[in-house]
Design a protein around this ligand. Structure first.
Ligand SMILES: NC(=O)c1ccc[n+]([C@@H]2O[C@H](COP(=O)([O-])OP(=O)(O)OC[C@H]3O[C@@H](n4cnc5c(N)ncnc54)[C@H](OP(=O)(O)O)[C@@H]3O)[C@@H](O)[C@H]2O)c1
Length: 377
């Protein structure tokens, strides 16, 4: 296992951090958590050198913290740092923040949380957290020793990230990043900004929730043609760890074999390790994925709201994801949402209001018709 020292915090941590969001089988997120299996998997990771564990109040129907707490009995707590999160939806004032933190400490069976994160924020959520005094609450909890570091995890556009990152004195930030997300969310610009500001970065969704672990045929052909043979997972993690700004890469594992594989991979990675040829390979791999894009929608939402209730960017995002990553449409979260909310392409009456507003000049009406033909959404 490779270790990093977290910039200004001076903490030594494993480069591989175990995400505790996926102990319930496939990434589709169904079925019931197998507690005994999860405990043994967590302990196997720690025995193999993992010192960073990430969970959240809401993960796995609020059972993830409890299982992690159980796994950290018998002396395991002292070997690791824990990150957990405060979800906006459950707190409206200081009393509720206090109660939520206490319940998390109890579930985790610990007297302190190392990294405490405002969960999955964008600018709107950050404004909300500020309005209820969350930053001051985090500072007070640091003084009381109930948390060690004030952090946030981020899902939103780069502009939001740039603002939030400089609007408080953060100890660490967690972002979604992988070789496909270089221009998505915080992206490479956000990663480099955090690096310049000296704020340690933890990565989530390094395999895009597992989608990058199974290469489609045109991508696999590129990997196969490269003289050095590595699995798609190893290429993805190697690419991430090549970035000097990244301290920890989280990965949620469902199987012991995945933990063992990741322990092996994270023994071989380091910043600046990739050759020019390897970096070119990953650029080509990204292009090969992108060549499977169905609709060139950037998700700007200028087309919304559709007067007939069609979730245009949601449909295109789902359609692209299914095509790019060979995802089984039954498990696509966006598709599920669209069907549940009855906002599919079958509601389109061809009025063209969306096409007039689209800065990409997409033929939205035709694309919606094709999406419906392929996915019935
Ligand atoms: N704060 C937030 O807003 C937020 C959001 C998302 C995630 N997170 C955190 O970040 C963690 C990491 O994200 P993630 O779970 O999406 O990580 P990820 O590494 O992108 O995806 C994990 C999935 O990748 C597959 N996988 C992992 N190692 C593998 C291996 N060696 N070989 C083959 N497949 C492998 C598994 O999928 P299969 O089981 O399907 O094969 C696993 O479920 C989460 O667990 C969670 O703790 C936080």
């Amino acid at each position: 296992m490779q270790y990093r020292t977290m910039g200004k915090l001076g903490i030594r941590t494993s480069a591989f951090g175990l995400g505790c969001m996926r102990f319930n089988g496939p990434a589709s997120g169904d079925s019931v958590i197998d507690e005994a299996k999860a405990v043994s998997l967590i302990r196997r990771a720690i025995d193999g050198g993992v010192t960073y564990l990430d969970t959240a109040y809401v993960y796995l129907d609020k059972t993830s913290e409890t299982v992690l707490g159980e796994a950290l009995l018998d002396g395991y707590r002292d070997k690791v740092t824990i990150a957990t999160k405060m979800p906006m939806e459950y707190v409206h004032d200081r009393a509720e923040m206090e109660a939520l933190l206490e319940s998390e400490l109890k579930k985790l069976r610990t007297d302190h949380i190392d990294f405490y994160l405002m969960h999955g924020i964008d600018l709107k959520k950050w404004q909300y957290f500020k309005s209820i005094g969350a930053p001051e609450f985090f500072d007070d909890m640091k003084k009381e020793g109930k948390i060690r570091y004030k952090c946030f995890s981020f899902h939103g556009p780069y502009e939001d990230f740039e603002y939030i990152l400089q609007d408080n004195d953060w100890d660490m930030v967690q972002i979604q990043y992988n070789f496909m997300d270089v221009e998505n969310q915080a992206g490479t610009r956000g990663l480099e900004l955090a690096g310049r500001l000296g704020i340690p970065v933890v990565i989530m969704e390094g395999l895009l929730g597992g989608r990058l672990s199974k290469a489609p045929s045109n991508v696999q052909a590129l990997y196969d043609a490269f003289p050095v043979k590595r699995s798609p997972v190893e290429w993805a993690f190697r690419w991430l760890c090549n970035h000097p700004e990244i301290e920890v890469v989280l990965s949620g594992c469902n199987e012991t074999e995945q933990v063992d594989d990741n322990l092996r991979i994270f023994d071989t990675v380091a910043p600046g390790i990739m050759t020019e040829d390897e970096l070119r390979l990953m650029d080509n791999v990204r292009e090969a994925y992108l060549s499977r894009t169905k609709a060139g929608c950037t998700g700007c939402r200028y087309c919304m709201p559709c007067p007939n209730g069609v979730n245009i960017p949601g449909i295109f995002s789902a359609w692209n994801n299914v095509s790019l990553y060979d995802t089984d449409p039954r498990w696509d979260w966006n598709l599920k949402q669209i069907r549940e909310k009855d906002s599919g392409a079958d509601r389109c009456v061809g009025c063209g209001a969306c096409e007039a507003a689209c800065p990409q000049h997409l033929s939205i009406i035709d694309l919606l018709r094709d999406a419906w033909r392929e996915l019935k959404v």
